[in-house]
Design a protein around this ligand. Sequence first.
Ligand SMILES: [Fe+2]
Length: 245
Amino acid sequence: MFDFLKRKKTIPIFESVKTDIHCHLLPGVDDGAKDVSETIFCLQTLREAGFSKVCFTPHFQSKYPNDEEDIKQRFDRLKKEIEAQHAEGLPEIGAISGEYRFDHIYHRRPGVDKVTPLPGNTLLCEFSLHDNKYMPIDILREFHNLGYRLILAHPERYPYLGIHSNEVEEMQEMGMGFQVNILSLNGFYGQIAMKKGFEYINNGIAKYLGTDMHKRRYAQELVATTNNKDVQRLIKKHQFLNNEF
Ligand SMILES: [Fe+2]
């Protein structure tokens, strides 16, 4: 009873960040939102948190080997459904792209497989979260040499990747960007990821933020994150490049 009175208010602390470049809100394609109503709920929360635009990045990995054409069709259908529902308080629907996994069982082959980049020929990529130290930087370099700009998703979440490691240095030399998950900053993925998330931003390595929003409970965590004073200070103190998208 009176649960709504206890509900935390969402503070629009990400207004200056503008675009969320990482989410799984295409209904029914991966482990993200299961239907349009969940997508709309999450999008409304993103808007309340200050985001004015959202890019969609469904998984491309062995568990979800999505097809580029199918994803695009689903994206167009979602836009039509949102329009038909006259849902209010939503951010602008930005680009459709993907979160491309590079691990020992799956990756897109440079120059062979189709990819759907974010604007600026940008690919959001990730490594395995658990695989020990498999970071195919040579393959990323091939994409780089083909003219793609690469952004590594949630570097703070790989237990085997140190901020001051040779790998991070190599990726920086290649011109790669780094995107910290906002929910990491509130401890959603544990204390170590939280600490590393702050460090990546404070050291000036991570210039991009993403929510990596999947479903309702992520939206609830985002609301809590907007109330976190340390996160509020961090966002105020730094400039991010998300508005490139
Ligand atoms: Fe993701």
